[in-house]
Ligand binder design. Structure first.
Ligand code: FUB
Length: 458
């Protein structure tokens, strides 16, 4: 068995039994993932992020320690599979084996073959980064890494775009300039000289990501005009430009996270942006990938994206719904805290709610007849209170009232439940309200879910 196949099988076994890939943001909570490239292959959405591992500030390139790549996929954007590791730095023939320089990747399908492009530190010291390619017959691998890097490219953050006429292009950065070139049919060599993508705004840019929609070519990129990176874009009528700068579509982080890195994909008639943030670690070198909906206006302009915790996809009513990944939250009487401090997988709770607080969680799918009761996992060291479930906002129809008692301690989690007042079907936006004595902590909520119980159990 080759090392690549062994690594693939090992990672697949580990990955498939890992359940901390979530429907909400961040998408992955059992490891750190950054620079997500999302692609649709064979009706499934795949994400190819890079991997951040624990580092001392300043150790590794620019403080990052990035040894390998994993792949994740989903059909419904709710249940995700971690397919495990696909390429490790130790497998790259031309790369430094302990360089931890496996920065943002991309992948593309051509002729039934999957081409995975990644930056790495070359042993020949010819550049800060060269771009390598690994190929596979399936998106999740196993991948075989090519013997040498793509000649003619020095830089990071490869991105591939294949136009309708089947011509492939490769783009890369980072610095004051971003570059592009045609790729040969073999996808491994340049077919044209690298050219600077012109008319982009000044200052540092990286992570180019090109896509086409309604005959407009979108050249999108993280841009640091002044401080941390915003996600910006330009549009044009051909793959290598000229492009006209259109402005930003996601604001920069203002909480110590310098980078952002994105990809944009259409899946089942909806557009999405994948990007990263350091919410779990609070360390800008340990990032977590996220996703949100993306919309265009009638002129094809990308609408500003407000990053959410709720993220994308429709949650199943009978799954554990993490309402701490809320859609909206009342201004007062509710806060969200990490449940397990620094451990991975990361988990959060709605922490010590007070009367009058509420949490909204959108897009929960009730299949006909599958649930007639609400169950909540809660903890309380006071008298408890009542958790109300309402439809479509805190003033909406009252669907359930769950009485909650003292569970003995703030980390002593118990299940409480109550019947639904009527049968619910279809996709609903839910609101959870907290009631009880004023100005005191009532209870904490870990998760909620819906279930079917027979009449006597009520
Ligand atoms: O992840 C390492 C580098 O940080 C990427 O290559 C850049 O795009 C930025 O996200």
């Amino acid at each position: 068995m080759t090392k690549a196949i062994f690594l693939f099988l090992l990672a697949a076994v580990v990955g498939l039994f890992t359940s901390s890939v979530t429907a909400d943001n961040p998408l992955v909570t059992h490891m750190y993932t950054a620079d997500p490239t999302a692609r649709v292959f064979n009706g499934r959405l795949y994400i190819f992020p890079s991997t951040d591992i624990t580092c001392k500030e300043g150790f590794g390139n620019n403080g990052f320690r990035m040894p390998s790549y994993n792949v994740f996929s989903s059909q419904d954007l709710n249940r995700w599979t971690d397919h495990g590791l696909i390429v490790d730095q130790s497998e790259v023939p031309w790369g430094v084996k302990d360089g931890f320089g496996m920065w943002a990747p991309d992948v593309i399908e051509k002729g039934g073959k999957y081409y995975f492009y990644f930056p790495n530190i070359p042993t020949d010291k010819s550049a800060f980064r060269r771009i390598g390619v690994a190929t596979a017959d399936r998106p999740e691998g196993p991948y075989t890494v090519m013997e040498t890097y793509v000649e003619g490219i020095k830089g990071i953050d490869p991105n591939i775009f294949i136009d309708d006429d089947k011509q492939a292009y490769i783009y890369w950065g980072g610095g004051e300039e971003l570059f592009g070139a045609r790729l040969k049919d073999n996808m491994l060599e340049l077919a044209s000289k690298p050219q600077v993508i012109e008319k982009l705004p000044a200052k540092y840019k990286e992570g180019p990501f090109v896509f086409k929609r309604d005959n407009i070519y979108y050249f999108t990129f993280p841009h640091a005009p002044d401080g941390s990176e915003e996600l910006a874009y330009a549009t044009g009528t051909s793959p290598l430009g000229p492009f006209e700068y259109q402005g930003l579509f996601m604001e920069r982080w203002r909480d110590g996270q310098w980078t952002n890195h994105h990809s944009i994909v259409e899946y089942k008639n909806q557009w999405y942006v994948f990007y990263h943030h350091h919410q779990i670690s609070k360390n800008q070198h340990l990032r977590s990938m996220r996703a949100d909906y993306l919309f265009f206006d009638s002129a094809g302009r990308i609408q500003r994206v407000e990053p959410t915790l709720r993220g994308i996809g429709v949650a199943r009513a009978t799954s554990k719904i993490q309402i701490d990944r809320y859609s909206r939250l009342s201004d007062k009487h509710v806060k969200v805290s990490r449940r397990n401090d620094n451990d991975l997988p990361a988990a959060w709770i709605v922490d010590r709610v007070q009367s009058g607080g509420w949490v909204n969680y959108d897009r929960v799918d009730f299949a006909a007849g599958e649930a007639n009761a609400l169950e909540v996992s809660v903890a309380s060291k006071t008298l408890g209170g009542t958790l109300e479930l309402r439809l479509s906002g805190s003033e909406g129809e009252l669907l359930a009232e769950v009485p909650i008692d003292d569970t003995g301690d703030w980390d002593n989690w118990r299940l409480f439940s109550a019947p639904l007042k009527r049968q619910v079907t279809g996709v609903k936006n839910l609101s959870f309200l907290f009631k009880g004595p004023k100005n005191t902590a009532l209870f904490s909520v870990d998760w909620v879910r819906f279930k079917r119980v027979d009449a006597e159990a009520h």
